[in-house]
Ligand binder design. Structure first.
Ligand SMILES: Cc1ncc(COP(=O)(O)O)c(C=O)c1O
Length: 485
């Protein structure tokens, strides 16, 4: 019986390795900024932006990118996005207000908040920020506020309920495709409404990562625009939201092997590889595996621009591709990538606090962090962490461990996976989780037990780091303190 722990080696960047290979630097940083600590690299962020901008240059349709800042709380990234020639997608009052305070031009902002109250809408209307409407109540409130403010609002309409393979793609967001035409014709029938609200385009954001679905949704939106043109409406853009795949892992073989071994563990054909043999979505029933892996697809071969390319190449029934129709109909394609712009941008480092053995013989390594400081919205973050040892060559003996956190919850396991290490970490050794910039480090972060939120630091040229650490704290940054290396 094969019992070794399957590896899931992450893709890393030289800047990450230069930190992970330097225990002294890590020790200094954690001493100065506490554990856990988030480190960002702006060059990686800029290079991701550059990849998208270069990609769109090959097409003749217009395009516009908005960085979805919900994926990371740091305002530096919003500023750098703007300075690098793209816009910012905001999803709350604070996100929008902060971007305006950072002097990001309103025409480079979009408001896509799921819930929009009067205060938020008034801010957007006063600053002439494009608002993506989710429902009729919002549209009515915008109209009322426009009259009060004596302003014209610019809006896009979020749509959902596309057909794919004879099934409806259900969503709690947006106006359903079956009723959106009627809504537009009725709501904008009024001259005064038309004067107050300029309807300029459509928006959708689909869950899942199927380029065929996105392509189908784009074709259906283009069909809708064609119909609306006959009624004298002229929407100019389709914003397809975010959800552009990235690749976190080095090896397809490891990714497939991990899933096979997880299934074997559930079938009791090997030792567990997750805490309490958690199936991460797979279920064992009558000695058979059911269900699906409920994690992000951490390995994939069509990330970023190649994922968008595969969407643009989806044909409609007349065999015309999305990109051809965008060009012909002169429709601007907009995107709101969050995670994919943050690929290779962040790491999260934490100090080892203790080691122990539980009643079942599991080795638990307690970290000075909690589970909310590195959490995936999917069933687990499936990347092997990297351990930096203060004494790398002493007492080498392979161990298998689980990493645990500081909350008073039995479930505060930083990763559900068991991790194989070349030796047991000592107290003060450092564990680094890589590629955590998109969602992992911030999205679920809480302050239970009055633990402080982790600090966020930025390195402009981290490989030439060490000595010169300049402090920069931004009071406007919603508790996220930013410090530049
Ligand atoms: C409307 C909208 N736009 C953009 C995004 C960003 O998606 P991602 O970070 O996966 O690119 C999201 C994510 O939930 C979203 O809901």
């Amino acid at each position: 019986m094969k019992n070794n722990i399957p590896l899931l080696e992450p893709i890393t960047s030289p800047w990450m390795e230069s930190i992970v290979n330097d225990f002294k630097l890590q020790e200094d940083l954690l001493e100065r900024y506490d554990s856990p600590l988030n480190i960002h690299n702006l060059h990686s962020f800029q290079s991701n932006i550059g990849e998208y901008l270069a990609f769109f240059k090959q097409y003749n349709f217009k395009s516009k990118i908005f960085y979805a800042r919900k994926a990371n709380k740091c305002n530096t990234l919003a500023t750098v996005a703007f300075e690098s020639g793209i816009g910012v997608d905001t999803a709350s009052f604070a996100e929008l207000k902060q971007c305006l305070d950072l002097n990001i031009k309103p025409e480079n902002l979009v408001l896509t908040a799921a819930i929009k109250n009067t205060k938020l809408l008034r801010l957007a209307i006063r600053h002439e920020v494009l608002i993506i409407i989710d429902n009729e109540d919002e549209a009515k409130l915008i109209y009322k506020l426009c009259l009060e403010e004596d302003k014209q609002a610019m809006v896009g309409i979020r749509i959902s309920g596309f057909e794919f393979q004879n099934k409806k793609l259900k969503s709690r967001f947006g106006v359903d495709m079956e009723s959106v035409g009627g809504f537009i014709l009725q709501f904008f029938d009024d001259e005064s409404v038309r004067k107050s609200i300029r309807f300029t385009g459509f928006h959708f954001h689909l869950d899942g990562y199927n380029p065929q679905q996105r392509g189908a949704a784009l074709h259906q939106t283009l069909d809708l625009i064609k119909t609306l043109r006959t009624y004298n409406f002229d929407p100019r853009f389709i914003d397809i939201g975010g959800g552009i795949l990235i690749n976190y892992l080095k090896s397809k073989e490891q990714w497939n092997n991990f899933q096979d071994e997880l299934k074997n563990a559930l079938l009791h054909e090997r030792d567990p590889i997750t805490y309490q043999n958690n199936g991460l979505g797979f279920i064992e029933r009558d000695k058979k595996i059911e269900g699906q892996l409920a994690t992000y697809p951490y390995y994939n071969e069509t990330p970023k621009a190649s994922f968008i390319k595969s969407i643009l190449e989806v044909n409609n029934r007349e065999k015309i591709s999305v990109w051809e129709r965008l060009e012909k109909m002169d429709i601007e394609l907009r995107l709101e990538p969050g995670r994919s712009l943050l690929d290779q941008v962040g790491i999260t480092m934490a100090k080892v606090a203790h080691r122990k053995q539980d009643a079942e013989g599991n080795i638990l390594v307690g970290l000075e962090m909690n589970m909310t400081q590195m959490t995936s919205s999917s069933a687990d973050f499936l990347l092997d962490p990297m351990v930096t040892y203060s004494n790398p060559d002493e007492n080498k003996k392979e161990v298998e461990v689980y990493f645990t956190g500081a909350y008073c919850l039995e479930r505060d396991f930083i990763l559900k996976r068991k991790i194989a290490l070349p030796k047991l970490p000592e107290i003060g050794d450092v564990v680094t989780f890589v590629n955590t910039g998109g969602y992992m480090m911030h999205f679920f972060e809480t302050e239970a037990h009055l633990f402080e939120l982790s600090q966020n630091i930025f390195g402009l040229n981290i490989s030439e780091h060490t000595e010169a650490i300049n402090f920069f704290k931004d009071e406007n940054n919603l508790k996220v303190k930013q410090v530049y290396l």
